[in-house]
Every structure is written in C-alpha cells, then in structure tokens.
Write a new protein. Structure first.
Length: 125
C-alpha cells in the first residue's frame, strides 16, 4: 500500500468535499423548491384574519396571468396578482419584496400588509 502523503490526503479531502457539495446542490432544500419541481400548488379556500383567501390553478392567457404560473389567488373575491420566482418562491403585488414559499402564504402576507384595507383591482394593460 502506498504511503499516505500530505498531497494525497488533501486531494482525497478535496474530492470528498466536491462530491458532498454536488449532492447538496442536487437535493431540494425547501418545500417551495419541491413544489416548483412537482407542478402547481394545491387549491385553498379559507378565512384568514376575517378575510376570505382563495387560490386555485387557472387556465388563462394574458400577460399578468403568465407570471402566476397558471395559478390565481383572491382576497375577498378580488384577484391578488402573484408571481412565481425562479427559485420556486412566490411574491404578490402587495408584498413584492418579501418572497414566501406558497401562494397561500402570499395571500396571508397580503392580508397582513393590507391591515383591513380592501384589495383594489389591479388594472390590466
């Protein structure tokens, strides 16, 4: 058996570290990432802080709906425009700079941000 040298030990350690890093990158780290890989999130319909929030897959065309990846979210019957980011997280027109893992979380964040104010319809271009 060859003698263990510093160079051989460092080469082996570097190879193991690289392999571990590649395995970590290939594994989804969040529920949002897993959801992004497996398709559209489930529908929901609930009352959150006295506001009715709903979400469901939608078959729609048009510029604004494309960002929501075929998913529609509503607060008290008014559509909350949502967008799915490349990393699988979601943002809305109300909480644009605070990504969340699911459309349900985006609806809840919007209700929190609105603080009782009504959601106004977003004008289409």
């Amino acid at each position: 058996m060859p003698e263990l040298t510093r160079r051989r030990a460092l080469s082996t350690a570097a190879a193991l570290a690289a392999a571990a890093g590649a395995a970590t990158l290939a594994t989804p780290r969040t529920a949002a990432a897993a959801e992004h890989q497996h398709g559209s999130p489930d529908s929901f319909d609930e009352v959150y802080k006295g506001r009715r929030i709903q979400g469901r897959p939608s078959a729609s065309g048009g510029h604004h709906h494309e960002h929501g990846a075929g998913y529609a979210v509503f607060v008290d019957g008014v559509e909350l425009h949502v967008m799915r980011n490349a990393d699988g997280s979601w943002i809305s027109v109300v909480s644009h700079y605070d990504p969340v893992p699911t459309p349900r979380a985006a609806a809840r964040a919007a209700v929190d941000e609105l603080q009782g104010a009504p959601l106004l319809p977003f004008p289409a271009n």
